[in-house]
Design a protein around this ligand. Sequence first.
Ligand SMILES: Cc1cc2nc3c(=O)[nH]c(=O)nc-3n(C[C@H](O)[C@H](O)[C@H](O)COP(=O)(O)OP(=O)(O)OC[C@H]3O[C@@H](n4cnc5c(N)ncnc54)[C@H](O)[C@@H]3O)c2cc1C
Length: 450
Amino acid sequence: MSSDLMAGPSFTVCGAGLAGTLAALYLARQGSRVTLYERNPDMRATSVPRGRSINLALSTRGLHALEAIGLAQVIRPLAIPMRGRMIHSPQGDLTFQPYGRSAEETIFSISRHQLNCALLDAAAGCPNLEIHFSSRCVGLNLSAMTLDIEDAQARVTRQVSAQTVVGADGSFSSIRQALQRAGRYDYSQSFLPHGYKELTIPALPDGSHALAKNYLHIWPRQDFMLIALPNLDGSFTCTLFLAYEGAESFAQLTEDDAIRDFFDRRFPDVTPLMPTLLEDFKRNPTGAMVTIRCFPWQYAGRVVLVGDAAHAVVPFYGQGMNASFEDCFVLDACLRRHNGDTAAAFLDYQRQRKVNTDALAELAYENYLEMRAKVASPWFLLRRRLEYALSGVLGDRFLPLYTMVSFTRIPYAEARARAQRQDRWLDLALTMSALAVCLALLWLLWRRIG
Ligand SMILES: Cc1cc2nc3c(=O)[nH]c(=O)nc-3n(C[C@H](O)[C@H](O)[C@H](O)COP(=O)(O)OP(=O)(O)OC[C@H]3O[C@@H](n4cnc5c(N)ncnc54)[C@H](O)[C@@H]3O)c2cc1C
């Protein structure tokens, strides 16, 4: 079933998280009638839930999708620039690794709650957009195009009709489950052996940050790591990424003494800055990290998936939300290009996005290895410097992978393939240089002996 946008089709969006609210805003801007269902109460009137990532790294792709809908001015004041990684060695030494080639190339730390609230405020201001909170989608009938919506307070389920459904209900999407039941559906999920836990470094008594503010701080320790992102209120949100099982793992950190001893030994420079460490560690849940791949992302021009519902990735490239926002931008462009023919638009959107979010899943996994182990290695740092130096000389003909992913909108798959080609050239150049040095040394030796 296709619909003509100008004739006023209606969209039902499930999930008023980051992707769902932005998707709803884009659809409403096209003149469509949009109904947005969210299982939780209105977050603008509730406190921040514990356990979800409290702050996120926002970069070019996400910013671009927000700018394109006129939200940049609202969002920018909420964001703190982070110019690079500040690496903390076990001895407490600091090494700065810039993210970009210039001061303009920075990523931004932003509160998930404040960002989502800003999107909801914008959505609440759209006359053709209706939001229902505490309304969980518990079923979708694809042939009748009806949704079962459960009212969280009254615990009653009602059936609503939907012309076109956007599934933006996160990693364990109920809309995707309906597509799975339709048959011949590709689906895979794989969990990391590591989980994550959020901890806090509060602001100093004068309200300032206890660590240098404009950096993403990392304590890489080979098999695990701690990171910290700044918040506007002077605090930092830290995330410990640690194995569930093993010698140093969440399974071993059940007693106060064990927790304290682990932090004192492994992160001695930051532990004194965390007065509520024990309380936070015991109270905050341990989150799992999953990669989800599925196909197709659409059903007959009637249903489409965006955000984590279509492609959950592990958080190590800081791109899950950015890619989800990019989905919304591309979906909007496809609907315009196909003049509201949702069947053609959804196929086009799926063709453009699937290959790229698959590449992002690989990139995010590769960065999982890089961040906890490689960032501390001198060889890695040398290579990094060489890449940036080459980029300085060759300009856009040689772009470091991080630059392509975080500071351009080059499709993820293209960025990954290009980086692999560049890596091969760099390996060849380094091998040739090493060979030339060896030959020169041999020649000098031969001259001396001769
Ligand atoms: C530890 C961690 C750190 C991260 N850091 C970054 C980062 O730095 N940068 C970045 O770009 N990304 C990051 N991400 C990824 C980012 O959080 C996600 O990609 C992003 O939240 C996806 O948005 P979404 O709207 O698709 O899904 P979600 O944020 O999961 O939102 C889904 C919404 O749907 C609602 N919902 C769920 N089920 C139903 C239902 N049945 N009916 C109605 N509503 C429903 C939920 O309540 C929620 O509001 C991180 C993720 C984690 C776990």
